[in-house]
Design a protein around this ligand. Structure first.
Ligand SMILES: Nc1ncnc2c1ncn2[C@@H]1O[C@H](COP(=O)(O)OP(=O)(O)OP(=O)(O)O)[C@@H](O)[C@H]1O
Ligand SMILES: [Mg+2]
Ligand SMILES: [Mg+2]
Length: 624
């Protein structure tokens, strides 16, 4: 059958609203905010749907994803919720329940980092105007055909290789049928019979934060990785009206399916976090859970440990978990619910369940028995996918180092503590560690240019300083103490650029701190001023302008300062002279007073302590 010319179709179906390149474009640009305002008039036939009361629950992964909430806010809300429920951990959130074995398998859906949809040349987009990137095929226009976008394969392969999978030389696409408003064709194209990658694994280490019961490390099998289409985004509006944004329909996803080999809730959460980081490290996916780019479905079952049959219990599936913490919380709640049911003599029915942030119970969405028959069939319009071994070899060679190797290097070569190394690699989806390297290498260049220590300076001496500042001092900026701006999170590009605290400025600051050209206190004040946007001409010029260079007190001046501080402190001095145990707290008190009395840009805490300590030690009973 010949294909209907696009022009004819568009006139017939949309009154000429199709653009010539085959993509739907809204006639009037619809600002993002309109998503919560009245429906865009030109898109009405597609973007509204009046849900009849008897509509079934959404199937598969089409349970609505809530609009992305910043991770920071989510974590705060979760912490608040936890505080409300009492800080004390209840018995229920332990990692094990005596007499029972928990089993978990996870399906992770991740959006691939690619500019095109899976079977059309429409752009993938995040937060663009609704329905502005929609090809004819994406909305199942009759006569439109899928055209596999080969570029989408590259990030998918990188993801599968990073998960140690065997790439299949030939794989195929299948149709999974179901009827729901977010899937215009009535089926999703996925890989059911022959996925492109199988038999992988991922190793989780104790330092990743797995449950102590899992020991030093645990390796979890990856059953398969498959490519598939995403669905349209549904936004619930008032009165049973659902708005649809087809920008997401047909966007390429991978589904990573683990073996049912997880036995502790925290380890399951760690697995999702580690896979998220891995996918971002190999550039397979650019966004994580916090922006809705990665969603996890957890399959949970329990069985009695003394069950001789050794078969796994019936699983239930909790769909669309959107934070790492909810993975752990939902598994615990579902495990405990299943145990309660079985203890009461009831059976677990195979069903799909949901979870909302802050809740304590999973809730039934639908039963698997009544589930739509997916009627899987090979897609007759799509040729088999043939992947050459040369491409695989090339991609293997060009994979970046894994986060595990990165952490090892930060610890052994740069001398960071394991905790700092892990945090650096884990936060901001790997962007913070990029930022760390930028700052570190600039500081290194400045030190080398001095020609004082030249190449000989031990990198560990300043790497620890840079690590501490890029992690902890930067972290401190965003606490409420910094005033209204203090709530503004630092943002990093994937390349490690930060507009609020540019790496070039921080490296200047840290170089001068390392060289003791400025004091730590001054450095902290400068960093805060930088973050608040008060240093128009940068760090170096602020130091010059306000003469903040460290001009350390002479030994005589330190002595005079100590005298000034000790005046009127006879009672404290008496304690030094008489108490058998050295009153360390009192020394700290005197030192604090000395630091406050001295000029910030002239006093070095270590030298001030030396002077004060010598004074005090002369008073000690043993010195007499
Ligand atoms: N008894 C069990 N207990 C816990 N997890 C299980 C059990 N049996 C299977 N699983 C896990 O359930 C998941 C099944 O995912 P898979 O995508 O293969 O099927 P599905 O959930 O039926 O399909 P979909 O949700 O994609 O429509 C896997 O992660 C697997 O490890
Ligand atoms: Mg699945
Ligand atoms: Mg599933």
């Amino acid at each position: 059958m010949g294909r209907v010319p696009v022009g004819e179709l568009s006139r017939y179906l949309l009154g000429g609203r199709l653009s010539t390149n085959g993509c739907l474009t809204s006639l009037r640009r619809t600002p993002r905010s309109r998503l919560v305002g009245p429906a865009p008039p030109t898109l009405r036939p597609f973007s509204t749907f009046h849900a009849a009361k008897e509509q079934p629950e959404p199937t598969h992964q089409q349970v609505q994803t809530p609009p992305a909430v910043p991770l920071r806010k989510k974590l705060k809300d979760e912490a608040k919720q936890a505080r409300k429920q009492g800080k004390k951990k209840s018995k229920a959130d332990s990692q094990t329940v005596e007499g029972w074995e928990l089993t978990v398998g996870i399906e992770i859906h991740a959006q691939l980092n690619t500019p095109r949809k899976l079977f059309s040349s429409a752009n993938t987009s995040f937060n663009d105007d609704p329905n502005s990137h929609v090809a004819l095929f994406d909305v199942a226009m009759p006569g439109s055909q899928p055209i596999f976008q080969t570029g989408t394969l590259i990030p998918a392969l990188r993801a599968a290789l990073s998960l140690n999978c065997d790439i299949q030389p030939v794989s195929r696409f299948d149709r999974k049928h179901y009827f729901w408003w977010d899937q215009p064709s009535g089926y999703q194209i996925t890989q059911y019979y022959q996925p492109f990658a199988k038999n992988g694994h991922i190793t989780l280490l104790a330092r990743d934060g797995i449950a102590p019961e899992d020991g030093k490390s645990v390796t979890i099998g990856i059953k398969q990785v498959q490519m598939e289409q995403d669905t349209a985004k549904t936004l619930a509006h008032n009165d049973n009206t659902q708005w649809l944004d087809f920008n997401r329909v047909g966007a390429p996803l991978i589904e990573i399916i683990t073996e049912p080999e997880l036995h502790h809730p925290r380890t399951a959460a760690v697995l999702v976090r580690k896979i998220q980081l891995l996918l971002s490290t190999v550039d397979a996916c650019v966004s994580g859970m916090e922006t809705g780019g990665l969603r996890a479905d957890v399959n949970v079952s329990v069985r009695r440990t003394d069950d001789p049959s050794q078969t796994l219990g019936t699983r239930t599936e909790i769909k669309n978990l959107s934070t790492i913490k909810t993975v752990e919380d939902a598994i615990i709640a579902e495990r405990d619910r299943q145990i309660r049911e079985l203890d009461a003599g009831r059976r677990i029915s195979s069903e799909t369940r949901g979870w909302s942030i802050g809740s304590t119970e999973t809730r039934r969405l639908r039963g698997k028995e009544g589930e739509v028959d997916y009627r899987y069939m090979p897609d007759p319009d799509i040729a088999p996918l043939v992947i050459g071994s040369d491409l695989i070899a090339h991609l293997k060679k060009s994979l970046p180092v894994t986060p595990d190797t990165e952490v090892d290097k930060l610890i052994s070569y740069f001398g960071l503590t394991p905790q700092d190394a892990l945090s650096l690699v884990n936060i901001d989806n790997g962007a913070r560690v990029e930022y760390f390297y930028k700052v570190l290498y600039s500081v290194q260049d400045m030190i080398a240019a001095d020609d004082l220590d030249g190449e000989g300076a031990d990198v560990k001496t300043y790497a620890a300083l840079v690590g501490n500042w890029t992690l902890h001092e930067l972290g401190r900026l965003t606490t409420s103490k910094a005033g209204p701006l203090g709530m503004v999170d630092l943002t990093f590009t994937p390349d490690g650029d930060c507009a609020q605290v540019p790496d070039a400025e921080l490296s200047q600051l840290l170089y001068h701190l390392y060289r003791k050209n400025i004091t730590g206190k001054i450095a902290k004040e400068l960093l805060m001023a930088l973050y608040l946007g008060e240093l128009e001409d940068g760090v170096r010029s602020a130091i010059d302008m306000h003469d903040l260079w460290f001009k350390e007190y002479s030994p005589e001046e330190y002595e005079a300062l100590a005298d000034e501080v000790l005046e009127g402190e006879d009672k404290v001095l008496q304690e030094f002279a008489t108490s058998a145990k050295f009153p360390q707290g009192k020394l700290m008190f005197l030192l604090g007073k000395m630091m406050r009395a001295g000029q910030t840009e002239r006093i070095d805490p270590a030298n001030a302590e030396k002077v004060m300590r010598t004074r005090i030690e002369n008073l000690r009973p043993s010195a007499a």
